[in-house]
Design a protein around this ligand. Structure first.
Ligand SMILES: NC(=O)c1ccc[n+]([C@@H]2O[C@H](COP(=O)([O-])OP(=O)(O)OC[C@H]3O[C@@H](n4cnc5c(N)ncnc54)[C@H](OP(=O)(O)O)[C@@H]3O)[C@@H](O)[C@H]2O)c1
Length: 278
């Protein structure tokens, strides 16, 4: 399977989204942010994944303004945080994000977590932003299948993307199949298990055979499953390594071996706990 850093997935509305992007969670130190983003652009990343909750949309906005990149060259994702959910509040939160990012439009806007209430009002605002052309695609994050089913019972637009915790020890393969059946793109957050899956002996063994790092093996596994990825790193050599996964292939047996490492162990919050609590 030939894959390249510049590969895109076509979303359910025809918009093309890079298969691999750069995650920006917890990156709030300005100097580290700039050096990491410079390395990421050099390595070929063009999708940048931020969120109101990460507190760095303004840093990304400043970086993009000075980057010399044309607006059409990069793809920006942000997310509405829980405290801003609801119809009017989501519209306002989007406007705040757009201003911080110093952009006229976003490429992808996600509902960060499912909340039981408000639920439909938030999605109605997302649909409004999409219909008015302020965002090229809308989606969700951390929705289990029953949250999606509830959303779809009243949605006018099927979410284009779902961003979900996904890594070898939490493969989320049932959701992967469900999203595929709905024509939605599955984008993995925490694709490296936030570092925790890198010591897995099966993955380390496969890495040694290919002369690659465990992180590269994991990212390649996601891509061969058709899952989009947004690894985060603020270490320059790792940023380059995470983009250098396109010159080898895992065999079907190696893919299966990694599949079998699933332990159903998430490190993030359980979506249902957030759904009823917030
Ligand atoms: N939608 C959501 O609810 C949600 C939740 C969490 C995250 N996200 C998004 O998903 C992105 C990625 O997830 P994540 O940041 O949680 O976790 P991740 O990408 O799985 O892991 C990041 C961690 O792995 C380390 N790392 C990265 N590349 C490595 C390599 N080649 N070798 C060894 N260690 C490596 C990083 O360390 P260094 O930085 O020190 O190199 C960092 O500690 C986030 O940045 C964010 O954009 C979304």
């Amino acid at each position: 399977m030939a894959l390249s850093m510049q590969d895109t997935l076509t979303l359910n509305n025809g918009v093309k989204m890079p298969c691999e992007g750069f995650g920006l969670f917890s990156m709030t130190d300005e100097d580290i942010f700039i050096s990491s983003l410079e390395a990421a652009v050099d390595a070929g990343y063009r999708l940048f994944d931020t969120a109101a909750q990460y507190g760095n949309e303004h840093l990304l906005g400043d970086f993009l303004k000075d980057s010399g990149l044309e607006r059409s060259e990069y793809f920006i994702t942000s997310k509405v945080q829980n405290r801003d959910q609801g119809y009017e509040k989501t519209l306002k939160a989007f406007d705040t994000s757009l201003k911080a990012l110093q952009l006229d439009y976003l490429d992808l806007y996600l509902v960060h977590w499912p909340l039981k209430d408000p639920f439909f009002e938030t999605w109605k605002a997302m649909e409004h932003l999409y219909s008015e052309g302020f965002v090229r695609a809308i989606g969700v994050s951390n929705f289990e299948s029953h949250h999606l089913d509830r959303l779809l019972s009243r949605a006018n637009f099927v979410p284009a993307v779902e961003q979900l915790e996904t890594h070898p020890h939490f493969s989320n393969h049932v959701m992967r199949d469900y999203l595929k059946s709905l024509g939605m793109v599955h984008q993995a957050w925490g694709p490296l298990g936030r570092g925790a899956d890198l010591d897995d002996p099966v993955i380390c063994d496969i890495a040694e055979k290919h002369g690659k790092s465990p992180a590269q093996i994991i990212l390649r596994w996601h891509r061969q499953h058709g899952v989009a990825i947004i690894p985060k790193s603020q270490t320059l050599s790792r940023i380059r390594d995470n983009a250098d996964i396109y010159d080898f292939m895992l065999t079907p047996v190696e893919m299966k071996k990694i599949d079998l490492q699933n332990k159903g162990e998430r490190f993030g919050q359980a979506p249902d706990a957030v759904y009823v609590k917030d």
